[in-house]
Each structure stands twice: as structure tokens, then as C-alpha cells.
Design a binder for this molecule. Sequence first.
Ligand SMILES: [Zn+2]
Length: 465
Amino acid sequence: MKRLSILAFLILTSDLQSQEKPLRAGVAEVDVSPKLVEGKPVYVAGFGHNRKATAIHDPIMARAVVLEHDGKKIALVCVDVVGLFHSTAEAVRKEFPDFAYVLVSSTHNHEGPDTLGLWGSNPFVSGVDFAYMKKLEAGVGKAIKDAEAALKPVTARIGTIKAPQLLHDNRLPNCLHDDLVVIEFTRIDTKKRQGVLVQWNCHPETLDSKNTQISADFVTATVKELRKSQECPVAYFTGTVGGLMTSLKVNVPGPDGKPLADGTFEKTEEYGQLVAKQAEKALKDAVPATLAPFDIRTRAVHLPVDNKLYQLGWSIGVFKRSLFAWEGTPYPAKAEPIKEMPKRPALRTEVGYLKLGELEIAVIPGEIYPELVIGQVQDPADKAADFPDAPIEPAIYAQMKGKHKMIIGLGNDEIGYLIPKRQWDTKTPYCYGLKKEQYGEINSAGPDAAPIICEAFAELAKRKK
Ligand SMILES: [Zn+2]
């Protein structure tokens, strides 16, 4: 009896000690802009081919948040580029073997250098400069090191605000994921702000398809404004952008009250300011939150690549990533990368679920449709859809029961759009009586991508650690 109570005492005190250990946070950023040199074009990613950069308007940054608790370190990084394959996350992770988790994501910027391969001089050549990719990886590593060097004991507050006025959905059915999330870290010793993390769900593409000046789009203005008002480093992350969440066609009035035009730096800057203003509002109402201990869960997932353009891109070397043969399961016992195109190829990616104290974060490796995040998949499905009877995928946010939640899209990979299977629509007649196919499927691995990713996430969130 006596021994038992001593044991109970020991467990209790070690529990208290772990709670007493403060969270430490550091935020840092590193400029990873490409160099523009004569005779070596930098291809701008996101819209058509052969968009050669003519100038650098504002820098492409890698921004890192490092958190540490009880000897466990994690890094969350976001880069102002269109997307980064899983191999980039793997390369960066090798440099940080003492970290419990490293996440490398991107904002999905449509005005920066090609980092995936799709936007070269023509559809048959990659637009990626591999020497630049090395520089980008080194920049990501430096951002993590700088954030780690800045670690200080902090308290945290979290705020969430809805900002539907800052989004346009350009694909039916209409569905927005309009939660903007901010996390503020305050130093325990000086009571000064140590950093702010902002997460919003929108394609950075306000400068549109004709711009040839390298830019991080509206994110530059958002970060600049917040850095000024909060007097601390700021990290920006992209969440749900499928379906398609865009700033194009969003009404942003200029000084004369008239809407600013898409494709202009005026609109881009003003939109970025509006995002920052929402973040400031969310910060005003933010509540104290405990962000430790850390429970990190990840899972490697295979999914079939049925998109013929992706298959072709791989065959001709436009896409540089390992492909596998689809084995009929997302979790094959063993799988070797293939050399020749199999009947049904598959890609390997990773899904993540992070529980940081009272905050749950979904890490999704692509551009997920809002319907799948907030649980609004069309029901009943439009009868003209290709798979109207497909089961509804388990919604991402329905799996997260904690006090605060957030999503990081393009997390550790960019595998394209994740479309609710029953909204997949490539065959005539088209849904909603439309005459033309809607945009989306052409940039998705296939109709089975979303069901596999959503199931994998639900399983991870339920798993006992
Ligand atoms: Zn996109």
C-alpha cells in the first residue's frame, strides 16, 4: 500500500513537472528568392507555360516556427512557392535528426519560381532549376536553425475569425473554408511578443497570369503589415485552397471606392493588408492556449495516379518524383519505385495529425476541397457526377475534437487537388447543367485521392498514441 502511494506520488510529480516545463518558441525567415541572370530564365509557376521572370518585385521567403517542450522539438516551415514535393521535406529532415517532426509546406504562390516542373518553356520540359532547389532547401534549413536559435520560453494565445468577404469560390458547388487562424507567442521574461503565426485559405494569385515579376503575391503585404503592428517576426501558412479558394474576383475597393483590378500590385497589396487586418482582429479576441505536450502522428500513404497528364509528365521527366505500382492498398507492405509505367501507377505521400496541447493541426499533402474539411460534401450528389453514389469522405475537421483547430495544406508534398469523389465530373452530361467541364480534375491525381487521404487522416486522429 505504501509502495503504491509512493508510485502514485512519483507519477503525479513527474506529470506536474512536465506541465511546469514551459513551451519555447522561435520564429525566423530567410530570403530564398531566385537570382535573375542573363541567358538562364526563371520560369514563373502557376498559370501557363513559358512565363519568364523579368524582375524581382518582392522576395520569396522561407518562414519557420520552431517549438520545443520537454526536450522535444518540432519545426513548421512554409515557403512562398507553388508547391514542394515530399522529397524536399525528406531532404530537409535529414539535417535535423534531433527534431521530433519537421514540416515543409508552401503557400501555393502563383507568382514565384517553378518548383514542381509544370511551367517550363513548353509542356514537355521541366521549368525547375535544380541548382535553385538546393539553394531553397538550404534556406529552409537556415530558417529552422535561426528559429531554433531564437527559442525562448513563451505563453501562447489563439484566435480564429471568419472572413468570407476575402474569398471567391470559382467552382460549383459554392463552399468556402473561411476560418483565419492566428497564434501569438509572448515571451515569459520580457512580456514582449516573440512571434505570430497566421494561417489563411487562399491561392496567392492576385497578380494573375500575365505578371512577370517575381513576387510572393499578397502574402508579402500580409506579413509586412503584421510585423509592423505586432512588432515581431511573422510566419504565414496556407490551409484549404482547393475548390477553388482565390483572391481573384474578390471585391477589393481602392482609394476612390472602385474595385481594384486583378493582376495589379495595387489590388495584391490591398488584399494582403485586408488579410492582415483580419488577423489583427482575431488577435484582439485571442484566448490563452496550452500548446504542449506534443503528440505527433504521421503516416506514409500510397494513392493511385489516374491522371494521364501526370503519367505523361513523369514519363518525359517533367515531374521528378518516385512512382510506384498501385498494389490495391494505400499501405503496401513493401514498395520499390518503378522504372517503367505500370498499368496503374501510384505515388507515395504523407498525412499528418499534430496535437499540440489544446491545438490540433491537420497536415494535408495537397490542395484539399473545403467541402472535405468542413463537412459539406454535396448530399445528395448531382446525378450528372461521375460517381454520384460514392460514399462521403470523413471530414477533416470532424476528426478534431480539441478546443482549437487548424489545417496546413500542401504539407510536406503537393499532390494536386483532393476532390470529393462524388463531385468528380469529367464526363458529359456535366453537373449543374454546365456546358463545359469545370476546372479541377486536370490537376488531381485521380478520383480516389481524396477518399484515401481523408480515411488516412481519420485513422491517424483516432489512433491511440
Ligand atoms: Zn491550386
